[in-house]
Design a protein around this ligand. Sequence first.
Ligand SMILES: [Ca+2]
Length: 434
Amino acid sequence: MRYLFFTLPFALMLTGCATSDLTVEGGVGQTAAVTAEAVEPKTAVMNASTGAKMDIPNIEQRFAMWQSDFTTRAVAKGYAPQLLADTVGRARFNAKAVEKNNSQPEFTRPVWAYINSAANPDRIRTGQAEMAQHKAELDDIERIYGVPRQILTAIWGLESAYGNIMGTHDIIDSYSTFAFEGRRVKFGETQLYAALDLVQSGAVRIDQLTGSWAGAMGMTQFIPTTFRDYAVDFDRNGNTDLWGSEADALASAANYLTRSGWKVGQPVMSEVVLPNGFDYSTTETVRKPVSEWIALGVRPANGLTYSPAASALEAKLLAPAGHRGPKFLTFRNFDAIKKYNNSTSYVMGIASLGDALIGETAIRNPWPESDQPISFADKERLQRRLTALGYDTGGVDGQVGPATRKAIRAWQSANGVPADGYVEQTLLARILGQ
Ligand SMILES: [Ca+2]
């Protein structure tokens, strides 16, 4: 907070976040499940006209055909045949990856539940110890990239529990499965080529390529394209080691944020209070100078006053749990962290854990924890009802995106409810009952 407030240091606002139980869904602890396809037997059927038996290739045989086909195409692109033999050539179909890839959680965790888990006492304590232990590396990284240590440490803490939960799946298996299986062919192949690039360039060894079921690797949980394009060998030992080198991992996170638009010295977010009767229709969508928000009655929640430098920054207003929950101004660095993981809860978790790591408090006002979240099916019902009432939700997909939020705000405005775009069970019942 060198300049956010007149009287407080600015550092606490610089924090950002993520947790292993929050982001590494495919990392560890997954129960083994086998899809019907994966156990499909080699089947002999009768040819209708001749009565002769013919073999339908089973999944292993079809996967082997895909391996051969991909290898041919990769070699044509210039990848070494031996590299293909040692990677894709030895891959195994991963039924679990397919199953995880196709699953859709029924409920999204409320933002406060995510944040409370992200910045839990154990993660704070461990993070502070890690931050002290790696002070020398963090000093260097902060100097070179300008990203505060508590943000990098928070990312490390959320992505992999400080390197303790990185996943042990063979990522060549996962991406080969995605590329073979049909629904994510392009993604799977793009990631496979990036993984091959990593090995062919000498950045990593084949035996290092382990990660979550979804193919995210190391302490920062980078997928291969991110790894190839943003990871750095900060300790210069010739290996870009996001699994074993804290220096490489933390610097890679810093490099990714820097290239995602991180603004040195600026905050991530700042909790605010709003005057009675505030027009919520501008939340999330409108970006304007802090001074203009102040003119509308927006005030820092900590009772201090924004400095002139902070007042000149552009910010958006965020009310992630609606008008009854805490509100925030979010800055460019909020968006930079969002490029790491496109989730408001994730960024707020990073910010909260980061602040906690340096003894600051990101969020003072209480969450409406008695609110009952709405399910995927509820969201579909909500979209159908709003559409029937003449509010365009852009279709029915069970996801509350910008179009649906806009429709909710319009309904709220027309019905005397603060237009915060936030729906829990009580408001859902009211909309469905109309
Ligand atoms: Ca290294």
